[in-house]
Design a protein around this ligand. Sequence first.
Ligand SMILES: C[S@@+](CC[C@H](N)C(=O)[O-])C[C@H]1O[C@@H](n2cnc3c(N)ncnc32)[C@H](O)[C@@H]1O
Length: 110
Amino acid sequence: MSSWISHLPCEVKYKKVVGHGLNAQELAKNPRLDYFFVKDLNNDQELEMESSTFNVVLCTVSVQYLQQPEKVFAEVFRVLNLGGVFIVRISNRLFYEKAISAWREGTGYV
Ligand SMILES: C[S@@+](CC[C@H](N)C(=O)[O-])C[C@H]1O[C@@H](n2cnc3c(N)ncnc32)[C@H](O)[C@@H]1O
């Protein structure tokens, strides 16, 4: 769930960085991506990646937009190598009109 900004540290070199998002023009401007694909994960949760091919999957300040997070997470599990890591980064900032109701109506303590 990426865009034109990368939060990956500049000094670290990765073998391959794959990005996904909703906007191809934004993704094309992201200097850290070796490859990207566009997909609305609320319509289709399949990640068009081979199984067991990633060491790390990052989801930064975006999980609140997923209507079926459990299906997306199952796909993340599928594409991760054994022992791979899934990092979900959450922000306290909320775009009320975009977030799913579970985020709008819940609290940080439930
Ligand atoms: C707040 S931005 C965060 C972008 C990036 N992760 C970052 O930290 O700079 C939310 C991102 O979620 C993605 N997004 C929102 N709804 C989505 C959906 N239904 N399917 C796939 N991506 C979605 C958009 O592409 C957008 O770039």
